[in-house]
Ligand binder design. Structure first.
Ligand SMILES: Cc1ncc(COP(=O)(O)O)c(C=O)c1O
Ligand SMILES: N[C@H](C=O)CCC(=O)O
Length: 430
């Protein structure tokens, strides 16, 4: 047995399914999860000290690569001053100032500990501000695991085959309207019927929890329009895309403005951080200024703030995103070319440094139904082949992939050559 297998056996005795988040369990792809011991730059090292080129990047945060020395120094320095005070610290204000300076339309921002808390709080705020209960989300989009949002959700919920979870009260789920991603007509129709009952739309501006599905032209703009017409708020969930696809996330990339933005992942540089922020009049509705309650013992934690501040400083170095995007383009183009050479039908989506491959004859994939129609078995064989070659992809075909600036040309070339070998084996066994 490998050390990972032994550790998994040990974990299963005391942790449900041996994991603390379902997507880690390899249920979608089969086999047992790899247990990692350390990480550096583009690489993960497992418990047997095998090295992997990593395209999961802790599900997105590690845009600088793992254990960047400046981030580690900042974390150590902050930790030496005390781990948590449960009281205000300057570092919270500094990170908030940075977010409000860089981000479009962010007048005020509140820190929390995860993306789930950020979206859950933003939804409560939208309901409190508008005095309405209904919310609109899109099938296959994942916004964390709060009750209102775990309806027809993506990510780990898809791998379990239960995109709507037991335990969510029907009465609450009834307030969540789920529409097809990229279907602007369905959005218009819904708002024409009950627009004045809807508190908010929440959307992944690039869906990254049903593989990687970008918005079609006009989709995000339609969401803005119907919200303006109906008085609903537009929540753009940039937990994954924020500081990932560009410095100003999807809103900068596509030129669409949110009333509230949710952030996470990159803004914590690998530490547990989330945030929600936006229009002053809406954010002033949050306690202690306003009546909508929201709180957190560890929110704005000084060690996490230090990691976030240093990360945001580094992503603003000249040409950071150009370099990151070029690397991602080289990887995606190389793998697509290798699939074509091997005669394996495949397409890909990419926005900035987020990407996804689809085993399909279709020319493009733009919604949940198309994602679900792809050849999952072939993906799973591809996944295990790449794992053997020392390349770590997300262990499910419903997750986006991520690049970091630490990935070298050699890492990318190696990954493409590994894919070529795996495709050849796939072809031989077909
Ligand atoms: C778009 C999006 N929103 C929210 C979340 C929830 O974040 P977390 O896992 O930090 O709770 C995630 C990821 O899990 C996400 O990708
Ligand atoms: N797809 C999820 C986040 O983006 C994966 C993270 C998790 O749920 O563990």
């Amino acid at each position: 047995m490998t050390k990972s297998e032994l550790l998994f056996d040990q974990a299963r005795k005391v942790i449900p399914g041996g994991v603390n988040s379902p997507v880690r369990a390899f249920r979608a792809v089969g086999g047992t999860p790899i247990f990692f011991e350390r990480a550096e730059g583009a690489y993960l090292f497992d418990a047997d000290d095998k090295r992997y080129v990593d395209y999961v990047q802790s599900w997105g945060p590690m845009v600088l690569g793992h254990a960047h020395p400046d981030v580690i120094d900042a974390v150590v320095e902050a930790a030496e001053q005390g781990l948590s005070f449960g009281a205000p610290t300057e570092s919270e204000t500094l990170l908030a100032e940075e977010l409000c300076r860089v981000w479009p339309n962010m007048d005020l921002v509140r820190f929390v500990n995860s993306g789930t808390e950020a979206t859950m709080s933003a939804i409560r705020l939208a309901r409190g501000f508008t005095g309405r209960d209904k919310i609109v989300k899109f099938e296959g989009c994942y916004h964390g695991h709060s009750d209102s949002l775990l309806v027809k959700a993506g990510s780990g919920a898809l791998t379990m085959g239960v995109p709507s979870s037991p335990g969510v009260p029907a009465a609450l789920a009834d307030h969540t309207i789920t529409l097809t991603y990229n279907d602007a007509d369905a959005v218009r129709q819904c708002f024409a019927e009950i627009g004045n009952e809807i508190a908010c739309i929440i959307v992944e501006p690039v869906a990254g929890n049903m593989n990687c599905v970008p918005p079609v032209p006009g989709f995000l703009e339609t969401l803005r329009e119907v919200c303006d017409e109906s008085g609903a708020l537009l929540i753009i969930d940039e937990v994954m895309t924020g500081f990932r696809i560009s410095l100003t996330g999807a809103q900068g990339h596509y030129g669409v403005r949110a009333d509230l933005t949710t952030l996470g992942k990159v803004i914590g540089g690998g530490m547990p951080v989330g945030a929600f922020g936006g229009r002053r009049d809406v954010m002033e509705y949050i306690a202690p200024l306003g009546p909508v309650y929201q709180a957190g013992t560890l929110s704005g934690n000084p060690v996490a703030m230090a990691a976030g501040l240093t990360t945001l400083e580094l992503v603003q170095e000249p040409d950071f995103y150009e370099l990151l995007n070029e690397k991602t383009e080289a990887l995606v183009d190389g793998i697509l070319a290798a699939a074509k050479e091997a005669g394996i039908p495949m397409t890909a989506n990419r926005v900035g440094s987020m990407f996804g491959f689809f085993f399909t004859d279709a020319e493009s994939v733009t919604n949940y139904q198309q994602v679900m129609a792809c050849d999952t078995e072939r993906f799973n064989t591809f996944f295990h082949g790449m794992l053997e070659e020392g390349v770590y992809l997300a262990p499910a075909s419903y997750e986006a992939g991520f690049m970091s600036v630490a990935h070298s040309k050699d890492d990318i070339d190696y990954t493409i050559s590994a894919a070529r070998r795996v495709f050849d084996r796939l072809k031989a066994s077909a």
